[in-house]
Write a protein that binds this ligand. Structure first.
Ligand code: HEC
Length: 141
């Protein structure tokens, strides 16, 4: 295809794909902070930390006492710890808990976990906020 082109033009032709790739990489790199910021915004807007953190406890590590007319509940640990938190939860598990109010054991959660306020959050946004939370924990360590 390049047989009849002078050498200089062939060099440029080879540069084009490289240029396209590097433009794509630049665009991806600059999209990254936006997604991180979006995740942080979503976690803050959902105010998950207010219930899922005990007084003076680590953020999201649970233990906050929520009083109800029929007794009290302790908010669970939702850090990414695999044993005490939700580190083994898949994106589907996480989506189901916030969208349908059903935990990983298939149990309906009490509305003390206000999942009905989160049902309209899109799957993509939930994924972003799950990732943002895990990243925030890693940064704190
Ligand atoms: C008003 C307090 C409150 C807020 C706000 C809240 N939660 Fe909860 N959450 C709870 C309580 C209480 C439970 C336990 C409910 C149950 O087991 O019946 C719970 C359960 C959960 C569970 C299930 C954990 C498990 O081990 O079964 C997940 C996941 C969860 N919350 C995530 C979130 C996320 C993410 C947010 C923010 C978008 C959030 N919660 C906001 C109180 C809250």
């Amino acid at each position: 295809m390049f047989r009849n082109l002078p050498l200089a033009e062939i060099k440029h032709a080879r540069l084009v794909p490289a240029l396209v790739v590097s433009l794509f990489l630049t665009a991806t790199a600059s999209a990254e902070p936006t997604q991180i910021q979006r995740g942080e915004y979503l976690a803050r807007a959902g105010d998950c930390v207010s219930c899922h953190t005990a007084k003076q406890g680590e953020p999201f590590s649970g233990g906050d006492r929520l009083n109800t007319p029929f007794g009290y509940m302790l908010a669970p640990n939702i850090t990414s710890d695999p044993d005490t938190g939700i580190g083994r939860w898949s994106a589907d598990d996480f989506y189901r808990s916030l969208h349908d109010g059903v935990n990983r054991r298939g149990q309906d959660m009490y509305p003390t976990m206000p999942y009905d306020f989160y049902t309209n959050v899109t799957r993509g946004d939930l994924r972003i906020s799950q990732n943002a939370q895990a990243r925030e924990e890693r940064n704190r360590r």
